[in-house]
Write a protein that binds this ligand. Structure first.
Ligand SMILES: Nc1ncnc2c1ncn2[C@@H]1O[C@H](COP(=O)(O)OP(=O)(O)O)[C@@H](O)[C@H]1O
Ligand SMILES: [Mg+2]
Length: 274
Protein backbone atom coordinates (compact mmCIF):
# COMPACT_ATOMS: atom_id res chain seq x y z
CA UNK A 1 0.00 0.00 0.00
CA UNK A 2 1.29 3.43 -0.89
CA UNK A 3 1.66 5.65 2.15
CA UNK A 4 -0.10 8.96 2.49
CA UNK A 5 1.77 12.16 1.72
CA UNK A 6 2.28 14.21 4.85
CA UNK A 7 4.53 17.00 3.54
CA UNK A 8 4.54 18.14 -0.04
CA UNK A 9 6.54 20.87 -1.76
CA UNK A 10 5.80 21.56 -5.43
CA UNK A 11 8.10 23.80 -7.38
CA UNK A 12 8.87 26.09 -4.51
CA UNK A 13 10.96 29.21 -4.84
CA UNK A 14 12.72 30.89 -1.96
CA UNK A 15 15.40 33.58 -1.80
CA UNK A 16 17.06 35.61 0.94
CA UNK A 17 17.52 39.29 0.04
CA UNK A 18 20.85 38.64 -1.70
CA UNK A 19 20.77 34.94 -2.32
CA UNK A 20 18.40 32.64 -4.14
CA UNK A 21 18.26 29.22 -2.41
CA UNK A 22 15.47 27.26 -4.14
CA UNK A 23 14.35 27.85 -7.71
CA UNK A 24 11.68 25.19 -8.17
CA UNK A 25 12.23 22.46 -5.57
CA UNK A 26 9.74 19.59 -5.19
CA UNK A 27 9.75 17.02 -2.39
CA UNK A 28 7.09 14.61 -1.12
CA UNK A 29 7.40 13.01 2.31
CA UNK A 30 5.10 10.17 3.34
CA UNK A 31 3.55 9.37 6.67
CA UNK A 32 5.84 7.33 8.93
CA UNK A 33 8.88 7.75 6.70
CA UNK A 34 12.35 8.55 8.06
CA UNK A 35 14.08 10.74 5.51
CA UNK A 36 17.66 11.93 5.88
CA UNK A 37 18.38 15.21 4.11
CA UNK A 38 22.07 15.50 3.44
CA UNK A 39 24.23 18.10 1.78
CA UNK A 40 27.37 20.15 2.36
CA UNK A 41 27.34 23.49 4.18
CA UNK A 42 25.28 26.04 2.30
CA UNK A 43 23.31 23.50 0.26
CA UNK A 44 20.01 24.78 1.68
CA UNK A 45 19.22 22.23 4.40
CA UNK A 46 18.34 24.66 7.18
CA UNK A 47 16.34 26.85 4.82
CA UNK A 48 14.38 23.76 3.81
CA UNK A 49 13.82 22.82 7.47
CA UNK A 50 12.56 26.33 8.18
CA UNK A 51 10.14 26.18 5.27
CA UNK A 52 8.86 22.75 6.31
CA UNK A 53 8.37 23.85 9.90
CA UNK A 54 6.59 27.05 8.90
CA UNK A 55 9.27 29.43 10.19
CA UNK A 56 9.64 31.04 6.78
CA UNK A 57 7.27 31.10 3.83
CA UNK A 58 7.86 30.21 0.20
CA UNK A 59 7.54 32.89 -2.46
CA UNK A 60 6.19 30.66 -5.21
CA UNK A 61 5.00 27.10 -5.50
CA UNK A 62 2.84 25.12 -3.13
CA UNK A 63 3.51 23.67 0.29
CA UNK A 64 1.05 21.25 1.83
CA UNK A 65 1.03 19.68 5.30
CA UNK A 66 -1.29 16.65 5.61
CA UNK A 67 -3.05 17.66 2.38
CA UNK A 68 -3.75 21.19 3.54
CA UNK A 69 -2.30 24.03 1.55
CA UNK A 70 -0.15 26.25 3.76
CA UNK A 71 -1.16 29.90 3.37
CA UNK A 72 -0.40 33.16 5.16
CA UNK A 73 -3.67 32.72 7.05
CA UNK A 74 -3.18 29.22 8.39
CA UNK A 75 0.55 28.69 8.65
CA UNK A 76 0.71 29.43 12.37
CA UNK A 77 -1.91 26.73 12.98
CA UNK A 78 -0.39 24.21 10.56
CA UNK A 79 3.11 24.57 11.89
CA UNK A 80 1.96 22.98 15.15
CA UNK A 81 2.05 19.71 13.22
CA UNK A 82 5.79 20.01 12.73
CA UNK A 83 8.31 20.00 15.58
CA UNK A 84 11.88 21.11 15.08
CA UNK A 85 14.98 20.28 17.11
CA UNK A 86 18.01 22.44 16.36
CA UNK A 87 21.75 22.00 16.44
CA UNK A 88 22.59 23.66 19.71
CA UNK A 89 20.42 22.60 22.67
CA UNK A 90 21.61 25.61 24.69
CA UNK A 91 19.80 27.91 22.26
CA UNK A 92 16.51 26.15 22.91
CA UNK A 93 16.19 26.39 26.69
CA UNK A 94 13.80 28.87 28.23
CA UNK A 95 13.03 27.33 31.61
CA UNK A 96 14.95 27.39 34.89
CA UNK A 97 14.46 23.65 35.31
CA UNK A 98 13.98 20.87 32.82
CA UNK A 99 10.34 20.60 33.96
CA UNK A 100 9.72 24.34 33.33
CA UNK A 101 11.35 24.02 29.98
CA UNK A 102 8.98 21.29 28.81
CA UNK A 103 6.02 23.11 30.40
CA UNK A 104 6.84 26.38 28.65
CA UNK A 105 5.88 25.20 25.17
CA UNK A 106 2.71 23.61 26.53
CA UNK A 107 1.51 26.81 28.16
CA UNK A 108 0.27 28.21 24.85
CA UNK A 109 -1.77 25.11 24.20
CA UNK A 110 -4.61 25.67 26.68
CA UNK A 111 -4.10 22.38 28.47
CA UNK A 112 -5.25 21.67 32.00
CA UNK A 113 -2.56 21.39 34.70
CA UNK A 114 -3.13 17.65 34.97
CA UNK A 115 -2.71 17.05 31.26
CA UNK A 116 0.41 19.23 31.26
CA UNK A 117 1.91 17.19 34.11
CA UNK A 118 1.00 13.96 32.35
CA UNK A 119 2.66 15.07 29.13
CA UNK A 120 5.81 16.12 30.98
CA UNK A 121 5.99 12.70 32.67
CA UNK A 122 5.24 10.81 29.46
CA UNK A 123 7.83 12.51 27.27
CA UNK A 124 10.49 12.80 29.97
CA UNK A 125 10.13 9.04 30.41
CA UNK A 126 10.32 8.42 26.69
CA UNK A 127 13.64 10.22 26.29
CA UNK A 128 14.93 9.04 29.70
CA UNK A 129 15.33 12.38 31.46
CA UNK A 130 12.85 11.73 34.24
CA UNK A 131 15.62 11.93 36.87
CA UNK A 132 16.61 15.43 35.73
CA UNK A 133 13.22 17.15 35.78
CA UNK A 134 14.20 19.42 38.66
CA UNK A 135 17.70 20.18 37.42
CA UNK A 136 18.87 23.17 35.43
CA UNK A 137 19.06 22.34 31.73
CA UNK A 138 22.40 24.14 31.37
CA UNK A 139 24.01 21.87 33.97
CA UNK A 140 23.33 18.69 31.97
CA UNK A 141 25.62 16.86 29.54
CA UNK A 142 25.31 17.49 25.79
CA UNK A 143 23.29 14.34 25.12
CA UNK A 144 21.01 14.97 28.12
CA UNK A 145 20.44 18.57 26.98
CA UNK A 146 19.50 17.50 23.50
CA UNK A 147 17.09 14.90 24.94
CA UNK A 148 15.45 17.68 27.01
CA UNK A 149 15.09 19.73 23.82
CA UNK A 150 13.51 16.70 22.12
CA UNK A 151 11.09 16.13 25.04
CA UNK A 152 10.02 19.80 24.90
CA UNK A 153 9.15 19.44 21.22
CA UNK A 154 7.56 15.99 21.58
CA UNK A 155 5.31 17.22 24.39
CA UNK A 156 3.56 19.41 21.81
CA UNK A 157 2.72 16.17 19.98
CA UNK A 158 3.67 17.16 16.45
CA UNK A 159 3.07 14.60 13.69
CA UNK A 160 6.38 15.35 12.05
CA UNK A 161 9.77 15.82 13.74
CA UNK A 162 12.65 17.61 12.05
CA UNK A 163 16.15 17.33 13.51
CA UNK A 164 18.46 19.97 12.02
CA UNK A 165 22.05 18.83 12.65
CA UNK A 166 20.89 17.89 16.15
CA UNK A 167 23.86 15.61 16.80
CA UNK A 168 26.62 17.63 15.18
CA UNK A 169 27.79 19.30 18.39
CA UNK A 170 27.72 16.08 20.41
CA UNK A 171 30.41 13.55 21.27
CA UNK A 172 29.95 10.00 19.90
CA UNK A 173 28.25 8.71 23.05
CA UNK A 174 25.75 11.58 23.21
CA UNK A 175 25.19 11.29 19.47
CA UNK A 176 24.23 7.65 19.94
CA UNK A 177 21.81 8.60 22.74
CA UNK A 178 20.04 11.04 20.45
CA UNK A 179 19.97 8.61 17.51
CA UNK A 180 18.47 5.96 19.84
CA UNK A 181 15.64 8.37 20.64
CA UNK A 182 15.10 9.07 16.92
CA UNK A 183 14.96 5.34 16.23
CA UNK A 184 12.42 4.79 19.01
CA UNK A 185 10.22 7.56 17.61
CA UNK A 186 10.45 6.02 14.17
CA UNK A 187 9.90 2.38 15.10
CA UNK A 188 7.66 2.50 18.18
CA UNK A 189 5.67 5.66 17.47
CA UNK A 190 5.74 5.62 13.66
CA UNK A 191 6.43 9.34 13.60
CA UNK A 192 7.41 10.97 10.36
CA UNK A 193 11.05 11.99 10.79
CA UNK A 194 13.43 14.21 8.89
CA UNK A 195 17.03 14.16 10.01
CA UNK A 196 19.13 16.86 8.45
CA UNK A 197 22.82 16.15 8.52
CA UNK A 198 26.09 16.28 6.66
CA UNK A 199 27.04 12.99 8.37
CA UNK A 200 26.34 10.13 5.98
CA UNK A 201 26.91 7.50 8.71
CA UNK A 202 23.82 8.87 10.38
CA UNK A 203 21.89 9.00 7.11
CA UNK A 204 22.47 5.25 6.67
CA UNK A 205 19.84 4.61 9.34
CA UNK A 206 17.06 6.37 7.42
CA UNK A 207 14.60 4.76 4.98
CA UNK A 208 15.37 7.32 2.34
CA UNK A 209 18.09 9.85 1.69
CA UNK A 210 17.75 13.10 -0.23
CA UNK A 211 21.01 14.69 -1.32
CA UNK A 212 20.85 18.46 -1.71
CA UNK A 213 23.44 20.45 -3.59
CA UNK A 214 23.08 24.18 -4.24
CA UNK A 215 19.36 24.04 -3.52
CA UNK A 216 18.73 21.14 -5.93
CA UNK A 217 18.08 17.46 -5.34
CA UNK A 218 20.86 15.36 -6.85
CA UNK A 219 19.73 12.00 -5.43
CA UNK A 220 16.64 10.64 -3.70
CA UNK A 221 16.54 6.91 -2.84
CA UNK A 222 17.28 4.49 0.02
CA UNK A 223 20.81 5.28 1.30
CA UNK A 224 22.42 2.00 0.20
CA UNK A 225 21.02 2.44 -3.29
CA UNK A 226 22.55 5.90 -3.51
CA UNK A 227 25.92 4.69 -2.23
CA UNK A 228 25.88 1.81 -4.74
CA UNK A 229 25.14 4.10 -7.69
CA UNK A 230 28.36 4.07 -9.73
CA UNK A 231 27.32 7.16 -11.68
CA UNK A 232 27.01 9.32 -8.58
CA UNK A 233 30.12 10.65 -6.88
CA UNK A 234 29.00 12.07 -3.54
CA UNK A 235 32.48 13.37 -2.76
CA UNK A 236 31.92 15.84 -5.63
CA UNK A 237 29.24 17.36 -3.40
CA UNK A 238 31.69 17.66 -0.52
CA UNK A 239 30.21 14.69 1.33
CA UNK A 240 32.25 12.01 3.04
CA UNK A 241 31.13 8.41 2.52
CA UNK A 242 30.40 6.25 5.57
CA UNK A 243 33.59 4.39 6.56
CA UNK A 244 32.61 0.81 5.62
CA UNK A 245 30.97 2.00 2.41
CA UNK A 246 34.19 3.78 1.39
CA UNK A 247 36.28 0.70 2.24
CA UNK A 248 33.96 -1.65 0.37
CA UNK A 249 33.88 0.65 -2.66
CA UNK A 250 37.67 0.46 -2.86
CA UNK A 251 37.59 -3.34 -2.43
CA UNK A 252 34.88 -3.66 -5.06
CA UNK A 253 36.90 -1.59 -7.52
CA UNK A 254 39.85 -3.88 -6.85
CA UNK A 255 37.61 -6.85 -7.67
CA UNK A 256 37.79 -8.29 -4.14
CA UNK A 257 34.06 -8.11 -3.37
CA UNK A 258 30.97 -7.75 -5.55
CA UNK A 259 28.76 -5.38 -3.57
CA UNK A 260 28.94 -2.72 -0.86
CA UNK A 261 28.66 -3.33 2.88
CA UNK A 262 27.85 -0.68 5.45
CA UNK A 263 28.80 -2.67 8.55
CA UNK A 264 32.08 -4.14 9.72
CA UNK A 265 30.42 -7.56 10.17
CA UNK A 266 29.03 -7.61 6.63
CA UNK A 267 32.34 -6.61 5.10
CA UNK A 268 34.43 -9.01 7.19
CA UNK A 269 32.19 -11.97 6.39
CA UNK A 270 32.22 -11.12 2.66
CA UNK A 271 36.05 -11.02 2.72
CA UNK A 272 36.35 -14.24 4.75
CA UNK A 273 33.97 -16.18 2.50
CA UNK A 274 35.72 -15.39 -0.75
N1 LIG B 1 19.49 34.78 6.71
C1 LIG B 1 20.17 34.62 5.56
N2 LIG B 1 20.40 35.67 4.72
C2 LIG B 1 21.07 35.51 3.55
N3 LIG B 1 21.55 34.33 3.11
C3 LIG B 1 21.37 33.27 3.89
C4 LIG B 1 20.68 33.34 5.15
N4 LIG B 1 20.65 32.09 5.71
C5 LIG B 1 21.29 31.29 4.84
N5 LIG B 1 21.72 31.97 3.76
C6 LIG B 1 22.43 31.42 2.58
O1 LIG B 1 21.57 30.47 1.97
C7 LIG B 1 22.31 29.31 1.57
C8 LIG B 1 21.72 28.08 2.23
O2 LIG B 1 21.91 28.17 3.63
P1 LIG B 1 21.39 27.07 4.65
O3 LIG B 1 19.98 26.74 4.32
O4 LIG B 1 21.69 27.55 6.01
O5 LIG B 1 22.32 25.83 4.26
P2 LIG B 1 22.81 24.57 5.13
O6 LIG B 1 21.90 24.42 6.29
O7 LIG B 1 22.73 23.43 4.16
O8 LIG B 1 24.23 24.86 5.52
C9 LIG B 1 23.76 29.58 1.97
O9 LIG B 1 24.46 30.01 0.84
C10 LIG B 1 23.66 30.65 3.01
O10 LIG B 1 24.80 31.48 2.98
MG1 LIG C 1 22.23 24.22 8.34
Amino acid sequence: MKKKEILSLENIVFAYPNYSVFEGLSIQIHEGEWVAIVGANGSGKTTLAKILSGLIQVEKGTFKITDELVTTDNFVELRKKVGMVFQNPDDQFVGVTVRDDIAFGLENHQLSREIMQERIQEYATKVEIIDFLDREPHALSGGQKQRVAIASVLALEPQIMIFDESTSMLDPHARQEVMDVVQTLHIDDQKTILTITHDLEEALLADRMIVLHDGKIVADAPPLEIFSDETLDLTAYRLQLPFYIAVSKALKQAGKISKLYHTKEGLVSALCNR
